[in-house]
Design a protein around this ligand. Structure first.
Ligand code: NAI
Length: 723
């Protein structure tokens, strides 16, 4: 019999056993080898001592309930470890199942986050009481790592809420619910305000249900909403909501498809067989490359970024107390909200009091929505709003220890606003600009303290987008970088740090993606195929619609400025095939994008996109010219990957983790790749395979696909990119 080292058995005089999850020496409980042995030992003991047991409560001695699978173990699994992966998962499930079917009431007292494996333990309980702790999250986010919940998560959610709800609410998006929303969506049965209340409620359930069992173990149980009669139902989606179809349509990585198949197949067989099906689909995912990519980017890279690898060492962390946001337009309003949400006092300044008030009204709108969804309270709303002071008066900026400028994209104006305020704010205030294109070094010339001047590039919509790109100018000091880094963390966003360059990292690289899509129009590719290729590659936005949103005159402006800068430096400027398409669209057809009412798409009076402009085919089609669909997808991915390598070569990027995280969180590089550099690492045939394919694309579509020398050399040395 194995020994329980990670689960403490505490039995009270009434016969209630509390299983305290407490992996010694670890900050969180995970489904590691020790847990596998411990839960088996607990199941053995429970069966042996069954007569003295009145009920069982799972709870944890850690801050979180249980963290889920051990990603460090998982990332090491290769196809040859398939059997091991299958067996390990199966053993844990078997033990949980033995406890679940002991014939005694089993309750999960969820004292903190229960994600993945943690929630699966809760699902193997007959009753779930969650402590309503701030920041606590409940759900099965495996899909976001390219996996599926194989600790019984698919099998039990399908039986708990029916296939459609299980897929839509829990499995396919991996939503992480706060306790209240977990209750509203049926993931838990009740909430408790304190740990004592939580345990009291757990005991009360045991008292009231001495013979409890899972609904699915009651004879005659039927899955809510029924099960599809056709086992090949994955191909038969019409019976399912449109939103589900949309999520699966051309999903570029296998997890959602495996989850769907697993849910459907598992719903038609008995519980034990369903668990085996789940293990099979999981094994396929965990030993594959995509899950490794996603785990790497989302977990390890994020750890590297958040641990401050790009933050200069030895500088004492500082918190911002009061921030000046200059410009209350779209970005300024969002930045003000994000800062106020993190507890920072905000002075929101615009040219008129009305414009500033309008910026604050944006926070009101977001808060009203949050209130209606139960994500804040009246008091929380009022507190946050009280932190934002709209103004047109520079004097109100007194005492601000940081400034974030978000006025129009104009160097002279940006110089002017910094001059207006620099003597009013705190004498050592951090000076940040949210410019999306203007070089930071040039902007810093307009301030008295260029060492304290830095780029803080937010993404739109600010309240939703998790990334902030920090840009060092030539004269930016280490102290400013550290403070900017701390500020980004303070507002709960993820920082990457890059060196000053035209378009920095994100704008520059996403520009390659857009240019590539636009160039395809010029080659006469069917526009719908271009959009489809972007979607199937896994991009969240279709390329031509994205160009329309950003406005076609923007790349023209950037191009003209870049050309001037290149010529001034004596470098040769190369035209991109997208340039002529954009020029024709704007000059010849008068279609500058959505804001102008017409672009690659047509728009109705309310600004809603109606259809792709039929003129594209008429003016650009080249009958008989075929571009393979695979090339369309890879051209988008390669154009961004190759430019990222150039960013590393030029020192714009200094870390692979920043590239991977920045590409996924900032510019929508497909998440299944694990990030833009991981895409190169994981390409079929490794770096050599990537180089060969890039050369092939260069031969057919142009020099821009020629792999940089550094990449070729790395490939020849048999290396991959690592930090
Ligand atoms: P916007 O046009 O919505 O807002 C600009 C605001 O600045 C207006 O409310 C205007 O009244 C105000 N303003 C002008 N002169 C001012 C002055 N002297 N003092 C105070 N306020 C003044 O522009 P948006 O989109 O918010 O962009 C602002 C900045 O953020 C630009 O530099 C832009 O390049 C950058 N950015 C924009 C992104 C986007 O997606 N729109 C993304 C990232 C950065």
């Amino acid at each position: 019999m194995s020994e329980s080292t990670t689960i403490r058995w505490e039995q009270d005089e009434t016969g209630v056993v509390t299983l305290v999850l407490d992996d010694p020496g670890q900050s969180a409980n995970t489904m590691n080898q020790a847990f596998k042995d411990s839960i088996a030992a607990v199941a053995d003991r429970a069966e042996a001592e069954k007569d003295s047991i009145r009920g069982i409560i799972y709870t944890s001695a850690k801050k979180t309930f249980f963290a889920g699978g051990d990603l460090k173990d998982m990332i090491r699994l290769r196809p040859e470890h398939a059997q091991l992966a299958f067996d390990t998962g199966t053993e844990i499930k078997r033990s949980l199942r033995r406890i679940e079917t002991l014939g005694k009431p089993v309750v999960a007292a969820i004292n903190g986050a229960a994600l993945g494996g943690g929630y699966e333990i809760a699902l193997a309980s007959h009753h779930r009481v969650a402590l309503d702790a701030p920041g606590s999250k409940i759900g099965l986010p495996e899909v976001t790592l390219g996996l599926l919940p194989a600790g019984g998560g698919v099998t039990r959610t399908v039986r708990l809420m029916g296939i459609a709800d299980a897929l839509l609410k829990v499995l396919l998006q991996g939503t992480q619910y706060n306790p209240q929303r977990a209750l509203d969506n049926g993931l838990v049965h009740e909430l408790a305000a304190t740990p004592e209340e939580m345990l009291d409620k757990a005991r009360a359930f045991i008292d009231a249900h001495p013979e409890s069992q899972q609904p699915w173990d009651v004879p005659g149980y039927k899955i809510p909403g029924g099960t599809p009669s056709n086992p090949r139902f994955a191909a038969n989606l019409p019976a399912f909501p449109a939103s589900l179809k949309k999520q699966l349509n051309g999903a570029p990585y296998p997890a959602p498809r495996n989850i769907l198949a697993c849910a459907v197949e598992g719903s038609q067989v008995d519980f034990e067989t369903a668990l085996t099906i789940e293990a099979r689909y999981f094994t396929e995912l965990v030993t594959g490359q995509t899950a490794k990519n996603m785990i790497q980017a989302f977990f390890f890279d994020l750890q590297a970024v958040n641990a401050g690898r790009s933050r200069p060492q030895g500088i004492t962390p500082r918190q911002v107390r009061k921030v000046a946001v200059l410009g209350a337009g779209m970005m300024g309003a969002g930045i003000a909200y994000s800062c106020a949400r993190a507890g920072i006092e905000v002075v929101l300044k615009d040219v008129t009091a009305e414009a500033a008030a309008k910026g604050k009204a944006y926070s009101e709108k977001l808060l009203d929505k949050a209130l209606s969804r139960g994500r804040t309270t009246e008091a929380g709303r009022a507190e946050l709003l009280a932190r934002i002071t709209p103004t047109a008066d520079v004097a109100d900026l007194a005492g601000c220890d940081a400034v974030i400028e978000a006025v129009f994209e104009d160097t002279a104006l940006k110089h002017k606003v910094f001059q207006e305020i620099q003597d009013v704010i705190a004498p050592d205030a951090l000076l940040c600009s949210n410019t999306s294109t203007l070089p930071i070094t040039g902007l810093a010339e307009g301030v008295k303290r260029p060492a304290d001047f830095i780029g803080l590039h937010f993404f739109s919509p600010v309240d939703k987008m998790p990334l902030v790109e920090i840009i060092k100018g030539a004269r930016t000091g280490d102290d400013a970088i550290a403070r900017a880094f701390d500020l980004v963390r303070q507002i709960n966003k993820t920082p990457i740090v890059v060196n000053d360059s035209r378009g920095f990292f994100t704008s520059r690289v996403i520009g390659q993606f857009i240019n590539e899509g636009v160039a395809m129009v010029g080659e006469g590719v069917e526009p719908a195929s271009i959009e489809q290729a972007a979607a199937q590659a896994g991009y969240p936005a279709k390329v031509l619609s994205l160009m329309d949103e950003l406005t076609l005159t923007l790349p023209r402006k950037i191009r003209n400025e870049s050309r001037k800068a290149f010529e001034a430096e004596g470098r040769t400027w190369t035209e991109h095939p997208a340039d002529t398409v954009i020029d024709r669209m704007v000059d010849e057809f008068g279609r500058p994008g959505r804001s102008g009412g017409a672009g690659f798409y047509e728009y109705d009076e309310s600004g809603r996109r109606t259809r792709i402009w039929p003129g594209l085919r008429e003016h650009f089609a080249k009958p008989g010219h075929e571009v393979p669909f695979e090339d369309l997808k890879e051209r988008m991915l390669f154009s961004e990957a190759l430019d990222t390598v150039r960013c590393l070569d030029e020192g714009v990027l200094t870390s692979v983790a920043d590239a991977n995280i920045g590409s996924i969180m900032g510019i929508g590089f497909p998440a299944w790749t694990g990030g833009v550099i991981q895409y190169i690492n994981g390409y079929e045939g490794g770096l050599a395979g990537f180089v060969a394919r890039a050369r092939e694309l260069a031969g057919t579509y142009g020099e821009r696909f020629t792999p940089p020398a550094s990449l070729v050399e790395k490939a020849e040395r048999g290396e991959t990119y690592a930090d």
